[in-house]
Ligand binder design. Structure first.
Ligand SMILES: Cc1cc2nc3c(=O)[nH]c(=O)nc-3n(C[C@H](O)[C@H](O)[C@H](O)COP(=O)(O)OP(=O)(O)OC[C@H]3O[C@@H](n4cnc5c(N)ncnc54)[C@H](O)[C@@H]3O)c2cc1C
Length: 484
């Protein structure tokens, strides 16, 4: 991870103004913006093609403040409301300067995506789900309209989704229709890409300025000069077990919602130059189930107690399950709830739920589940008593989803049903300059995407990664291109 001194490079194999490492969302946005600013841009991508995790992703891009799509779907929003939500929902330690810049620039960023050719269908999807049933373009994607955020900021849906037919998240999701137009735009602007080329080292001048990278392609060492700057956009450290063990151990042995190229190289290379890092222990967490079931039931922990309102963003429930409930969670539902959820669900098969246990009474069910005697019964009694009055004074689930759970009960064993990706990374400023531990920018070094600590710290909303990756990716490309 030690940098290579520029004096050790005899001659450069390749040269450009701006060198971007990684052709996922942050890299593509950086390449487009740097090229649009007039720079000669070279992208080095470790995989055999562009896309990264972004092309597999569901495609949510967290945008708001009154985008044309929000307005077309009949929603008012302001940068202030968006910022108030993000400051509350992205967790303690969220970067205020980045969130402010992001919210103020969000409407223009949406317009830029549209100009690049990213298609959005002006249709709102209002059902509980991880993703819309079809190709609708707008959805609540962070629990904005549920407790506690509905009391903090005026709610508006901000999950913007590129329109795409036959989406298969995890293979070729809605994120593909974000990536394809961005890469085509980059190509139109003259950006060149080299595939199967993996960066391994940063090259620095005697004065500390980053002036290139050393990469490897088919076993051969390749030296690449960056006359103006290097942009690190190589993703998170989700697939680096040593880094997970050191920083985010609860993600170890869990499926990673990323691609295996996310090995933390950007953090390790930049740390070799003294870069700072932030929120290395924070993670996005998905809970594998359709929220249609969740919202109709009662989520309990290993002590048979409720711990969160079931109508909130399911990723928030996943984080609470993994980090606060030791990954020991169960969903309790009655027959009516199971049947109704299955009937209205549009989720793929792997998110459908079948009860692990079914019993006539809560006491029998608790015994089968191995819960402490009496705990589930009292949780259910309190839930039902208040649900009958259309209230949830404990956890504030909205009245629409409150109904006493009656008759035979089923429970789904959700222990361990979480996956996620690391949110921590390099410290950057709103211009995407990588910051040294002393707070100064490292000359010539820029970063964006999940290689950096972005807008999310300990919280999350679907779209925060493609959102801040594309937004601050653009800023990284622009800052590098203007570094003359
Ligand atoms: C199934 C799934 C669904 C998701 N859904 C959403 C969603 O709806 N909304 C959302 O915001 N986020 C979503 N995410 C997360 C999101 O896809 C990622 O967090 C995001 O793509 C990160 O952007 P990035 O540019 O940092 O990384 P990527 O998009 O992964 O790009 C990084 C690129 O760098 C390359 N690379 C790595 N190492 C090197 C190296 N040494 N040299 C050169 N290149 C290298 C990689 O091959 C990759 O192409 C989802 C993720 C998954 C897996």
């Amino acid at each position: 991870m030690k940098p290579c001194a520029a004096t050790e490079i005899g001659s450069w194999d390749l040269t450009a103004d701006v060198v971007v490492a990684g052709y996922g969302v942050a890299g593509a946005a950086a390449a487009v913006e740097a090229a649009a600013t007039g720079a000669e841009v070279l992208v080095l991508e470790r995989a055999g093609g562009w896309g990264g995790a972004a092309a597999l992703a569901g495609g949510f891009i967290y945008l708001g403040g009154g985008t044309a799509l929000q307005r077309a779907c009949g929603f008012d929003d302001t940068p202030e409301a968006m910022s108030a939500f993000l400051m509350a929902a992205m967790g303690p330690g969220s970067d205020k300067a980045k969130i402010s810049a992001y919210c103020e620039g969000s409407v223009a960023h949406y317009d830029w995506l549209v100009e690049c050719g990213v298609p959005f269908k002006p249709a709102f999807y209002g059902e509980p789900a991880w993703e819309p049933a079809a190709d609708e373009g707008l959805m609540y994607s962070g629990g904005e309209n549920a407790h506690p955020f509905d009391t903090i900021a005026k709610a508006a849906p901000r999950g913007h989704l590129p329109q795409m037919e036959d989406k298969r998240t995890g293979e070729r999701g809605g994120g593909y229709m974000l990536m394809k137009p961005l890469v085509e735009t980059a190509e139109r602007l003259g950006v060149k890409a080299h595939y199967d080329m993996r960066i391994e080292q940063l090259v620095v001048e005697a004065d500390g300025r980053v002036c290139g990278v050393v990469a490897r392609q088919y076993g051969e060492r390749v030296t690449v000069q960056a006359r103006r700057g290097v942009v690190l956009a190589t993703g998170s450290f989700t697939y680096n077990e040593d880094m997970l063990a050191a920083h985010a151990p609860l993600l170890l042995d869990r499926p990673g919602s990323a691609v295996e190229e996310h090995d933390g190289i950007a953090v390790r290379l930049a740390q070799g130059l003294g870069a700072g890092v932030a929120h290395m222990d924070a993670c996005e967490v998905a809970l594998h189930m359709d929220p249609q079931y969740l919202i109709r039931g009662m989520m309990v922990n290993g002590r048979g107690q409720r711990f969160i309102n079931e109508d909130t963003y399911p990723g928030r429930i996943g984080q609470a399950a993994l980090f606060q409930q030791e990954n020991q969670t169960f969903l309790v539902l009655d027959e009516e709830g199971f049947e109704e959820a299955a009937r209205v669900s549009s989720a793929p098969d792997f998110l459908q739920l079948r009860p692990t246990w079914v019993c006539e009474t809560a006491t029998e069910l608790a015994a089968e589940m191995g819960l402490p005697a009496g705990a589930l019964e009292s949780t259910l009694e309190v839930y039902n008593r208040h649900a009958e009055e259309g209230r949830d004074p404990l956890l504030h689930k909205t009245a629409r989803w409150l109904r006493p759970l009656r008759g035979p009960l089923g429970a789904v064993d959700l222990r361990g049903m979480t996956s996620g990706f690391a949110l921590g990374g390099l410290t950057t400023n709103p211009d995407s300059e990588v910051l040294h531990v002393n707070g100064d920018p490292i000359p010539g070094l820029y970063a964006a995407g999940r290689a950096t600590a972005g807008i999310a710290s300990w919280g999350y909303a679907s779209g925060a990664s493609l959102g801040d990756g594309s937004f601050f990716g653009r800023r990284a490309g622009r800052s590098a291109a203007l570094n003359v």
